[in-house]
Design a binder for this molecule. Structure first.
Ligand SMILES: [Zn+2]
Length: 283
């Protein structure tokens, strides 16, 4: 096979893989009741470009719970469709995807969801705070999460830009009484962040019902930071993680890959515990 043919075939295989990932992320988020019906969207960057692959609206849209790779279309950095779309229309809030990729070369995936617990916290003015000792809440909340105060859906560039200014270089932006925009280095990682954010929001909301809720102590945040730095440094040097002498909490592939495997297994088996679903409803 000529080298150019092989390269083209590899490109096609990569894009197929990314379309599959986007569709899978939609199904995962729907299973967790973080998106419902046809609302919410997942995108990823076409490697080496500002084009993106984004789940659009197929002619007969059964919603994100049933998203297929065929509903994932390619659009350029100005949100114009690239190639055949087979009747799949782009989503109305497309610019909150395209503009983030343009501004952030480090971002390879963007998710917008009307996440119920996260949105409820903005409705009730409940700040998201690290109130229990787990790595993700502390990591995600350490530097604060910006809140865009307008609740309108963002259909145009002019409507989207003020939100982007508030989001800045942060990976998460809450859209008050609307939802959330989450960015990340991959579809897998960004999906995990959205699910973790919902857990954080649910815990904060329920804790706030009891009255004055304290954060974890300052010295424990400092200890978390010390451990994170130590773990990263030992990983960089190829040394075992001395924080977990009896064995790590993950299976050695890293949290992102392990959690993606877990979410896909939940999809495949239909298993989901009550505590893991959106507003506490069994599916
Ligand atoms: Zn929206």
């Amino acid at each position: 096979m000529a080298q150019t043919d092989q390269a083209a075939q590899e490109d096609r295989a990569l894009l197929d893989h990314l379309r599959e990932n986007v569709a899978t992320a939609c199904r995962i988020l729907a299973q967790h009741a973080i998106v419902k019906g046809t609302m919410g969207h997942v995108s990823t960057r076409v490697p080496g470009t500002n084009d993106i692959l984004v789940r659009g609206r197929p002619p007969v849209d059964k919603g994100l719970r049933f998203a297929e790779p065929s509903s994932v279309i390619r659009v350029d950095s100005d949100a114009r469709p690239v190639g055949a779309t087979h009747g799949v229309k782009r989503v109305s809030e497309i610019y909150l995807h395209t503009e983030v990729y343009k501004r952030r070369p480090d971002v390879n995936s963007v998710i917008h969801a009307h996440a119920p617990w996260t949105r409820l916290c903005t409705v009730c003015n409940i700040p998201l705070r690290p109130i229990y000792f787990e790595a993700n809440p502390i990591k995600m909340l350490m530097d604060g999460i910006p809140v865009y105060e307008r609740s309108i859906t963002l259909h145009t560039l002019d409507e989207t830009r003020p939100m982007l200014e508030v989001m800045g270089d942060k990976d998460i932006c809450l859209l008050s009484r609307h939802g959330v925009v989450v960015a990340g280095p991959s579809v897998e990682e960004t999906t995990h962040r959205v699910i973790e954010l919902e857990h954080i929001a649910r815990n904060n909301y329920l804790a706030a019902l009891t009255g004055d809720v304290g954060e974890i102590p300052f010295e424990d945040k400092a200890e978390w930071k010390r451990r994170a730095i130590l773990t990263a440094e030992r990983a960089r040097l190829g040394l075992p993680d001395e924080l977990h002498p009896g064995g790590s909490d993950d299976d050695g592939r890293g949290e992102r890959d392990q959690m993606w495997t877990y979410y896909v297994a939940l999809l495949e088996t239909g298993a989901l515990t009550v505590n893991e679903s959106g507003l506490g409803l069994g599916l």
